[in-house]
Structures are given as structure tokens and as C-alpha cells.
Design a protein around this ligand. Structure first.
Ligand code: UDP
Length: 347
């Protein structure tokens, strides 16, 4: 394990009387948007993050808010006393803490597995002590390389327990099992979201995901990398839609004992995504083919009927709109680093 906990004391406390949310992984890509949305609706946020894969600038956009507190903490470690001391005021615990990009979660697979199992258990304990509602962010990776298409929640998946993705997808499956065990025993009111591919501002340029890679490569004038022949499909959800779905799931007055897919069902091949990014950015740097990663799913698309029925939620942002927003954000983020200016930015 390479990520020791560094505990600082809680220097500021969210103002009394507000709902207090614990957001584990709150400095990450999706977590930072969730923290912002909770603060924007007047709630307090205690963000726990080990900063393993988070961008410090995600945090600096939040720390100016008096209702936001940050504690550097690795959820695989026992909960620190300052967090337990807040239990009487905690109303909701959100678990978004785990490296989620294949190259990053595979760097330290033991830690990835323990984050999902031990870390989820620690947060469930906190939710139990607080009497708080708990939401686990699980993943479409629990379906593995699916034989059923699109993937409904009752599909049990085609996952390898021996391959390099197992630390993440089997870890998330174990985290789901643990979460539903606490729920079944009546110890915690639980929610499980299965998140499909998500993109948008606050992604780490070094994350290694296809959207961030292709946009950053276009901005830098580098060849765009395609793994395999590019015929594999994904369905990409804009982060604002995803966060709205997570909040709807946490808020919904449901029993919570079933996972809910959250994503966007507009499915495209990686090659088509590349074509859209080429058209958007005007890059002329060409394409570089690389080998297909081991166990890379060939197809992925969520069946979103349960989310629509239970939550009345559906994604709204088209891929074209979302990519334009993401492109503009990365362009500002990478300013000064860009070697070749793009022909034309998105309107
Ligand atoms: N991919 C690609 N080029 C890249 C990064 C990823 O072609 O620079 C492919 C990858 O092999 C996968 C798809 O794009 O088939 C989505 O990859 P990502 O890492 O974004 O997400 P995940 O594999 O977790 O769905």
C-alpha cells in the first residue's frame, strides 16, 4: 500500500443547523461537482479525500465556502476522531472515493480493492453511527464485458476475477454486497448508483480516460490514441447530469435495496467519438493506434428505465454540447502548455 493517511485536524466546521454531508472522494472529478451542488443548495460538506488521484485545484474552488471542510484521509484507515465527533450532525454519507481510471486504479491494485471493501465498510460504520443515509457509487464495470446489451440492473455481469481490472470491478461488486448487507440488516438506509462513463470539467488531464486523452492530445497537437480498432462502444454522460442523478437517488423516498444505473444511453464507438473530437477541435495531428487493453469491454450502454421510473431522472446534455463545454474547460486548464493552437474552438 502506498497511500498512508495524513490526518490534519478539522480546522473549520460547517455552520450549525445545516444538513451535513460527508463526501468521500469529494476532491475528485465527480466528487468536486457533487460538493459544489450540495453547497449551492445550502448544505454543509465535510470532504474526505486522500488526494491520490484528485486535482488540488478542484479543492481550491470549494475551500472558500464557509460550509465546506476538507480532511485529508484515506478511507482504508480507521475513521479519525474528528470525523466521528461530527456523527451527531451527519445526515448523509456519500462514497465516491476510489481511483476510477483503468491505468490509475491498476497502479496499486491492492489499495484499489481495499478502498472498495475496507473503505466502504468504514464509511458504512460512520453512517450507522450517525443514523445517516449512505450512497455508494458503484460502476458499470460490475457488468464486465457484457453479454446482455444494453445493461439492465438485474444483469449479473461477465467479470474476470483474475484479470487486471478485477481490483476495481470485483472490488465494487464486494462494496455493493457489503452495502446491501447493511441495508438488509436494517443498520443503514442505503443507495447504490452504478455509474457509466462520465466526462466533463474537473477531469484530470493525466487521468488516461478516452475523452480527456483525446481532447488533451488535440489541444497539444499530439496524435490521438485509439486502443484496438476503435469499434468498441461506450455511452458518455455529462457530469452535471450524473450529479443530478446522484442527488435524486439520495433524496428519493425509496427503500434503496436495488442498484440504479446512472449514465447516458447514447452509445457510440470510440472511433465515432474521435471523429467528433477531430471536428470540434480541428486537430490535424492524426491518429496513433495502440493495443487494446486486457479485458476492455467491447460494448457498454445503460438501460436507464429504473432511474426514470424511480427518480423521474434522465440525462439532458447531448454529447456535442458536453464535449464543447469540456473542450473549453481543458483549453483554459492547459493554457501555456499548448504547443499547437487548435484551428477553431467550439461555438
Ligand atoms: N481508449 C482509447 N484511447 C485512449 C483511452 C481509452 O481508445 O486514449 C478506449 C479504451 O480502450 C476503452 C474506451 O476508450 O475501450 C473507454 O476507455 P476509458 O478508459 O475512458 O473508460 P473505460 O474503459 O473504463 O470504459
Amino acid at each position: 500500500m502506498t497511500h498512508p493517511t495524513r490526518i490534519t485536524s478539522l480546522t473549520r466546521h460547517p455552520e450549525g443547523g445545516r444538513k451535513l454531508n460527508v463526501v468521500a472522494g469529494g476532491a475528485g472529478f465527480i466528487g468536486s461537482h457533487l460538493c459544489r451542488a450540495l453547497l449551492d443548495r445550502g448544505e454543509g460538506v465535510l470532504c474526505l479525500d486522500n488526494l491520490q488521484t484528485s486535482r488540488p485545484s478542484n479543492l481550491s474552488a470549494l475551500t472558500g465556502d464557509a460550509a465546506f471542510t476538507f480532511l485529508r484521509y484515506d478511507i482504508t484507515q480507521p475513521l479519525p476522531a474528528p470525523v466521528l465527533a461530527e456523527a451527531p450532525r451527519i445526515t448523509r454519507v456519500w462514497n465516491l472515493a476510489c481511483a476510477a481510471s483503468p491505468p490509475l486504479y491498476q497502479k496499486d491494485p491492492e489499495h484499489t480493492m481495499l478502498t472498495n471493501v475496507v473503505g466502504t465498510n468504514n464509511l458504512l460504520h460512520l453512517a450507522e453511527a450517525a443514523g445517516a443515509r449512505f450512497l455508494l457509487t458503484s460502476t458499470s464495470e460490475v457488468y464486465g464485458d457484457p453479454e446482455v446489451h444494453p445493461q439492465p440492473e438485474d444483469y449479473r455481469g461477465n467479470v474476470s476475477s483474475t484479470g487486471p481490472r478485477a481490483c476495481y470491478d470485483e472490488g465494487k461488486r464486494a462494496a455493493e454486497a457489503l452495502t446491501f448487507d447493511y441495508g438488509r440488516a436494517g443498520r443503514v438506509r442505503v443507495r447504490v448508483a452504478r455509474i457509466f462513463n462520465t466526462y466533463g470539467p474537473n477531469m484530470d488531464p493525466r487521468d488516461g480516460r478516452v475523452v480527456s486523452n483525446l481532447i488533451c492530445q488535440a489541444l497539444r497537437g499530439e496524435a490521438l490514441t485509439i486502443y484496438g480498432d476503435g469499434a468498441q462502444t461506450r455511452s458518455f454522460c455529462y457530469v452535471a447530469d450524473l450529479v443530478a442523478g446522484l442527488m435524486a437517488l439520495m433524496d428519493a423516498d425509496i427503500d434503496g435495496m436495488a442498484p440504479v444505473n446512472l449514465g447516458n444511453s447514447a452509445e457510440i464507438t470510440v472511433r465515432e467519438l474521435l471523429d467528433q473530437i477531430v471536428a470540434l477541435t480541428g486537430t490535424q495531428a492524426g491518429v496513433e493506434h495502440r493495443p487494446m487493453p486486457v479485458d476492455d469491454p467491447r460494448r457498454r450502454r445503460p438501460d436507464l428505465r429504473r432511474a426514470a421510473d424511480l427518480l423521474g431522472w434522465a440525462p439532458r446534455v447531448s454529447l456535442a454540447e458536453g464535449l464543447a463545454e469540456t473542450w473549453a474547460w481543458f483549453a483554459a486548464e492547459l493554457q501555456g502548455e499548448i504547443r499547437a493552437a487548435p484551428a477553431q474552438a467550439a461555438e
